[in-house]
Design a protein around this ligand. Sequence first.
Ligand code: GLY
Ligand code: MN
Ligand code: MN
Length: 457
Amino acid sequence: MKRSLPVFFFVLLSLSAGAQWDDTDRLSNDFHRARREALRTLMPEKSAAVFFSNPVRNRNNDVDFQFSQNPDFYYLSGYTEPNAVIILFKEARVFDGIQTNELIFVQDRNPKQEIWNGKRLGVEGTRQMLGFPAVYRGIDLKGFGINWSALKEVLIVLPDQPNRERDNPADLSDLVDFLKEGLSASPDLYQNHTALPKLMARLREKKEPGELKLLQKAMDITIDGFKDMIRQLSPGMTEYQAQAIVEYHAKKGGSEYMGYPSICGGGLNACVLHYTFNRKKLKGEELILVDMGAEYHGYTADITRTLPVDGKYSEEEKAIYNLVLAAQDSGISKCKAGNAFRASHEAAYEVIAEGLLKLGLINSASEAGRYFMHGTSHFLGLDVHDAGTYGPLQAGVVMTVEPGIYIPEGSPCDRKWWGIGIRIEDDILVTDAVPVNMTAALPRTIAELEKLMAEDF
Ligand code: GLY
Ligand code: MN
Ligand code: MN
């Protein structure tokens, strides 16, 4: 950040990263250590894996976006600051007199910067808080004595083009340069940029108990917001006011960010799958599709409900709603260990195709994609569309089930259907037996939702 405006402005608005520790519900050091160990078991002999923190991204002029850590980096370390790199080795080596199979280089303490952006962990803090034994300053990576030529492979994903930071001799782009410098004698070691994401996908797909706890919390605070928003929904409200109610509860519940830009589409906007403009005033006869998820300590919820603004679904809306609901039930029933990842989509699609045929909206099942044009499921975790292998489902996987029907104006069907856009989305834990709907506390049926809308707030 440049320093051209009065100090008080930056004290209020500075959006850059800083370690502001709140220990509530933090994933344990043992969790992160065990995940590093699990990765090591998947790594080839005589290999190293290199992870960079995310870059700080500029929003405009003097203002950066709130820093969000690279999910793999966070998963393996719990470190939430920029300008850092982790190097994991399959086999332990001796560095600096320490026998270790992992190194972390972090941004240095900097009292001047900390006045603006908050306290940093630094080397000592990272050692103490995160339990890494071999911690160094970023600048130490320059000329660090790693004997790369003793390795057979270096697994690496380089970060997006980072911005240069002023007055920082070891910003993210410097770290990339230092590393490449060290590796320059052995460029063949790191040609394959797809191997590491594949290993991380294998680890991140199935959730550990500590992760499920954070996911459940993210879902619960999102549900608090949805319930309040549904009660308060009324004609004349705007899309952004509906959004604000859910986001208020997310923040109040401890969420650091929303997991993705909130989708609040009223009327025809409900048919825009990832509509995020959210500026329209809502009319009584319209539906609003609300797709939102709080992120809590990195883990995000992803929930959608579609509501009639005046509290009562019309006959046409009821017909489409119940069809989507039946498709969702059918999709959820397929979230069982051993099933193919696509089983939920195939089941939901079949219900929707049959239903649209019966309602006369399409002439053959193959036309269903005109109104249901997206997949039914994705993995959920640190990313809203989370890492995973898309192989057979395993117990411990969390995935969404979110069928939808969208009938924009001008569609080749009776006009009475035009403008209806309905998606219902819940977050499901795959088990060996009955799938667990982790967002079941939020009403889904027409009767339950109309009852909630009729409640005083
Ligand atoms: N919220 C984005 C999605 O449902 O995939
Ligand atoms: Mn989703
Ligand atoms: Mn969603």
